[in-house]
Design a protein around this ligand. Structure first.
Ligand SMILES: [Zn+2]
Length: 139
């Protein structure tokens, strides 16, 4: 049987073996991990907030998956993918306006000019219906 040393009381009040208090060391490490995690989350939040200034259409306030899908569609259009391949269709009242589904509940409206597709906006299905029924002008 190995002889167990008696526990000593550290200046912090914890009891234990060794030179330094293991519990306090763990607390310090845990606090450092937490601070690092918070800093990383803050960095990601900041990066996410800043990323909207790079979008060709305003995607602020949309659900994250709609933002990501919209960016993917914009990228696809930029590399020359035909809107039809993205599920896009021309609007009946204005053939230069193209609607592309962004998931089930959102639509991207684009303007086609001289063969170039310019995204105009991303909107909810409800807001889109106002355009679709031509109650609101697409500008
Ligand atoms: Zn301690």
């Amino acid at each position: 049987m190995p002889k167990r040393k008696h526990k000593k009381t550290f200046p912090c009040g914890h009891k234990g073996h060794g030179k330094d208090c293991v519990r306090c060391q763990q607390e310090v490490e845990e606090a450092a991990r937490k601070a690092q995690k918070q800093a990383e989350q803050q960095r990601q939040r900041h990066e996410w907030a800043v990323s909207f200034s790079l979008d060709v259409v305003n995607l602020r306030g949309l659900p994250t998956h709609v933002v990501q899908k919209s960016r993917h569609i914009i990228d696809e259009l930029e590399i020359g993918r035909h809107f039809g391949k993205l599920g896009g269709k021309r609007m009946i009242f204005d053939k230069s306006v193209i609607r592309i589904p962004v998931g089930l509940r959102y639509r991207m409206l684009c303007r086609e000019e001289r063969g170039r597709i310019t995204p105009l906006m991303v909107l909810s299905h409800e807001d889109y219906n106002a355009y679709a029924s031509n109650r609101r002008r697409v500008s």
